[in-house]
Every structure is written in structure tokens, then in C-alpha cells.
Design a protein around this ligand. Structure first.
Ligand code: UT7
Length: 339
């Protein structure tokens, strides 16, 4: 029997309607468009501001579009992985809520927590289930409602984040396509530099934790910046080298969208021109686990079967890595209007 590969056969995405501009943020904290654009590169982000809606709302929209685009029958989906740091509830999983919303009866579903690297981890995990031959159609979702854990009185973090979700279908192929190689790493020494201080078992919620914004992102930006640049660049270089990819044969790099200066530095270290880097940070900000699939969603029309793509991310943990993907199909006439 020939070796099975796991290939992406479709993409769906969703960002909420409400757009939070730099101008509006400048009225909330002491900042301005010039600082945010030059230091981070974000112009606006989409925010899910309707009360009572959480991450699964966006995940459902993205997955529903994916099901339509791939012509999938709900009964044929046998696994769902939702990468998120902002689940609807501490439990049950957002993946189980999503199964219910999509009417999936035959799926095994779970959430995966790897912060901003969540989509990379989900892609690698799902690929191995496909390669094993027991699972035929897996939906992986990167979805985060970062606005639910953002402190809008802290100028150091509130301009950075946005909300969004995107989903991919993974299926088996005997062609040399799909996830070819991956290099993923975790280093728990990153905890002090990027975390949410309360709400977990170490420090359950209390009036004190709420009053002190301890349920929001805490970040020591400069340290995270340095690790993000070096670890993403090193992971991309290592995966390129061991797969004999050169700057000529790499068609696209999809970097996590946390800071335009990080993206520039990674591109520079890889000696790749901007035309080969997928960038949409200006419109969405950092949507955590959703940044990589939202890039695929935005750039899908430009992709061709056989394109060599490197996805790379860095996030809390620390977690990071790079995946070498050979794109599986030529873009068809799907548009973002179908949802
Ligand atoms: O997605 C997970 C991984 N996360 C990341 O990859 C994020 C990595 N870090 C970063 O992207 C950057 O470190 C930030 C965007 C978070 C911050 O940029 P920075 O260039 O590292 O700024 P900084 O924190 O070193 O602050 C520089 C100055 C400070 O003022 P002083 O102390 O030099 O007077 C800050 O108080 O900029 C000030 N500052 C601001 N000024 C205007 C910080 N935030 C703002 C702001 N507006 N919003």
C-alpha cells in the first residue's frame, strides 16, 4: 500500500463585522496611529462585540463555509480539533460545542491549547491521524476571541489583538502533497513572559483578580519579540534545509501575525522578498490561533497545486515551530461572500 499524506482540501474563514480602528483605541488609551503602525503594523482589528457570543460562534461560521466549499456531508466528518486560547467555557470544549452547532454525529472532537502556535500543533496532530489511515476527514480550526482577554486600559497590549476564526479540511492523498515535514517545539521557561495570571487552578477567579485585570493577557513584549524572531527563523531555516528548499523553491511563507517588525525580521533572515510572505496583520491584528488559517483564507486564490509553503508561529509557553506544506489544489471560483 502506498504511503498516505494529509492534504488541505479547503479553507473557510470568518471575522466579525465590527472594526476597531487605531483612532478609536487612541481615545481609550494614551497611544496613536503612528506608534501602532510603526511599532506593530496594525491599522484595524475585527471585534466580536455582541453580548453572549464566543469563540464557537466564529468557529461555526468558518467551519460552515468550509463544509460548503468542500461539499462535505456532516456525517462524514470524523474528527474536529479547535485550537484556541479563548474557549467558550473552561469546560466543555469549544470543539464539542462546534460539533453540536454543525450537526456532526460521527466526530471525535477536542480543543488544543498551544496559544498562538495552536494551528501549527493542530495541523501536525490531525495529519498524523490521517496518515494512520483511520480518519478520513478532519476539520481543524484556529479561533480566538482575543478581545475577551484584552485589557483595554493597557496601551502595551490592547492595540495588538483582534478576533477571528478560520478552518481547514484535512484529507488523505497518495500524492506527494500536504504536510511533508514539521518541526514543533515547546519550552515552559516562557511562562513568566506571556500568560494570563488568573482564572486557572493556580489562581481561581475572585473579586481581586477581576479588579486587577488578571484575566487578561500579560506580556513582556521585548523579550517575547526576541524569542519570536530567533525561534521562527531558526525553525524555518531548519525545515527548509532538511527538505532541500531554497529561497527560489519556497513559494510562500506564512508567519504568525503578531508584529510587522517580527515578520520583516523573519523574512530578512530567510532572505525572502515580501512578495513571498503572506501578510494581513494590518487588517486583523493578532488573532492568535487564527492568524495562519486566516492568511490561507485571504490568499487562497493565489495558491497553486504543488506550491511549497512554510507555516511558522510563536506563542505563549513558549510554543513555536514550522511546517512544510505542499499545497493541494488550484484555487477555484470560491469567494468570501459564500458563508
Ligand atoms: O503572539 C504571541 C507572541 N507575541 C509577540 O510576538 C509580541 C512580541 N512583542 C512585540 O510585538 C512588541 O514588543 C510590542 C508591540 C508588544 C511592543 O513594542 P516594543 O517596540 O517592544 O515597545 P516596548 O514595550 O519596548 O515599549 C517602548 C516604549 C515604552 O516607552 P518608554 O519606556 O520607552 O518611554 C512604552 O511605554 O513605547 C511605549 N509604548 C507605547 N507608546 C505609545 C508601549 N505601548 C505603547 C502604545 N502607544 N500603545
Amino acid at each position: 500500500m502506498k504511503r498516505l499524506n494529509a492534504v488541505i482540501t479547503g479553507v473557510g474563514g470568518y471575522v466579525p463585522d465590527y472594526i476597531l480602528t487605531n483612532e478609536e483605541i487612541s481615545r481609550m488609551v494614551d497611544t496613536n496611529d503612528e506608534w501602532i503602525m510603526t511599532r506593530v503594523g496594525i491599522k484595524e482589528r475585527h471585534i466580536l462585540n455582541e453580548e453572549g457570543l464566543g469563540t464557537s460562534y466564529m468557529a461555526r461560521k468558518a467551519a460552515k463555509q468550509l463544509m460548503q466549499r468542500t461539499g462535505s456531508n456532516p456525517d462524514d466528518i470524523d474528527m474536529v480539533i479547535v485550537a484556541t486560547t479563548t474557549p467558550d467555557y473552561p469546560f466543555p470544549s469549544t470543539a464539542s460545542i462546534l460539533c453540536e452547532k454543525l450537526g456532526l454525529k460521527n466526530a471525535f472532537a477536542f480543543d488544543l491549547q498551544a496559544a498562538c502556535s495552536g494551528f501549527l500543533y493542530a495541523l501536525e496532530t490531525a495529519s498524523n491521524f490521517i496518515r494512520a489511515g483511520r480518519y478520513k476527514k478532519i476539520i481543524i480550526v484556529g479561533a480566538d476571541k482575543m478581545s475577551s482577554i484584552t485589557n483595554y486600559t493597557d496601551r502595551a497590549t490592547c492595540p495588538l489583538f483582534g478576533d477571528g476564526a478560520a478552518a481547514c479540511m484535512l484529507e488523505a492523498t497518495e500524492e506527494e502533497l500536504g504536510v511533508i515535514d514539521s518541526l514543533l517545539r515547546t519550552d515552559g521557561k516562557g511562562l513568566p513572559f506571556l500568560h494570563e495570571k488568573a482564572g486557572g487552578s493556580v489562581c481561581p477567579p475572585s473579586y481581586f483578580t477581576v479588579d486587577n485585570h488578571m484575566h487578561c493577557v500579560y506580556q513582556e513584549g521585548r523579550t517575547v519579540f526576541k524569542y519570536a524572531v530567533s525561534n521562527m527563523s531558526d525553525a524555518c531555516n531548519a525545515i527548509a534545509q532538511r527538505n532541500h528548499l531554497s529561497k527560489e523553491t519556497i513559494d510562500w511563507v506564512i508567519p504568525h501575525q503578531a508584529n510587522m517588525r517580527i515578520i520583516d525580521a523573519v523574512a530578512h533572515r530567510l532572505e525572502l522578498p515580501h512578495e513571498k510572505i503572506m501578510i494581513n496583520i494590518e487588517r486583523y491584528g493578532n488573532t492568535s490561533a487564527a492568524t495562519l488559517p486566516l492568511c490561507l483564507w485571504d490568499f487562497e486564490q493565489k495558491l497553486k497545486k504543488g506550491d511549497n509553503i512554510i507555516l511558522t508561529a510563536f506563542g505563549a509557553g513558549f510554543t513555536w515551530g514550522a511546517i512544510y506544506l505542499k499545497w493541494g489544489y488550484d484555487a477555484d471560483v470560491c469567494t468570501k461572500q459564500d458563508s
